[in-house]
Design a protein around this ligand. Sequence first.
Ligand SMILES: *[C@@H]1O[C@H](CO)[C@@H](O)[C@H](O)[C@H]1NC(C)=O
Ligand SMILES: *[C@@H]1O[C@H](CO)[C@@H](O)[C@H](O)[C@H]1NC(C)=O
Length: 269
Amino acid sequence: MSKPESSEWLLGDESVDTKPTYSKVEGRALSNFIIGASLIILTVLNITQYWRSITAPNPSQIVYSPVQHLLSYELREFGTGKPGDPSPYFGEPSTKLDRAWRDLYPSVYQLIPKESAAQLVEKTLIFPHDPQRRYVVELEVFHLIHCLNMIRKSTRPDYYKGFAPGIVNSHTEDLLFGPEHVSHCIESIRQAIMCHVDVTPYTWIWNSTSGHMQNVFATPHTCRNFDAIRDWARPENNGGNVSAGFDGLYREMNDPLDKSTWINGYRGD
Ligand SMILES: *[C@@H]1O[C@H](CO)[C@@H](O)[C@H](O)[C@H]1NC(C)=O
Ligand SMILES: *[C@@H]1O[C@H](CO)[C@@H](O)[C@H](O)[C@H]1NC(C)=O
């Protein structure tokens, strides 16, 4: 995010005013007026500039994201999540259900080119051994879906046997539904929900069969287009090869975006 322009030179102008060059009262009043007016105009310009810098290019995505150009909005009617819901992500555990969930995050991490990595608010690393020397990121949406999938699996220890007591440093996702990792996931999802503040109003209807009020879960919501982002993140596009894992013990040196990695006379080209 670009910071508002510095207005240091304005202070320079003010210091001119303190020099005893203006002896006449009128001259002084006029110059004070001009300086005052300039200050007001420049303050307004600065505020406008600042506002533009925090709202551009998309007010719904202030922090730079490599996929911000793909964001669009649509209406989606939510399912009920109740018995009889035809959602492929809902119901008794099965390999079919697992495949459906896994296809929501074809790659947990994504690889982006240098030009894109250079715009990140925080630096990231070059992905170990990538011949194209792309940089690694993990879009929050995929982190959260992976997390939700781990919570889902943790509710069925009768079916999913990979249970491990804590966070395990492994590429095997099935070791990630122990209580420590699940707590991390619940905390991540809580923050995401509170971050996005979906204010879609559910309504209530009268059910004359049961004789009580019930809320209508199948209601249209304002949603970002998920499919476009998932397609971007597929391994054949910008995703990583998840089954190949991550050589997390290997550090790529001579990263043009990180001087602390420059060795053997490398100068960042
Ligand atoms: C009304 O309640 C009945 C009995 O609980 C239930 O079977 C039915 O699905 C409900 N109707 C709607 C529209 O949800
Ligand atoms: C992904 O990695 C696995 C395991 O190393 C390998 O068998 C597979 O061929 C790789 N797939 C692609 C598309 O590179």
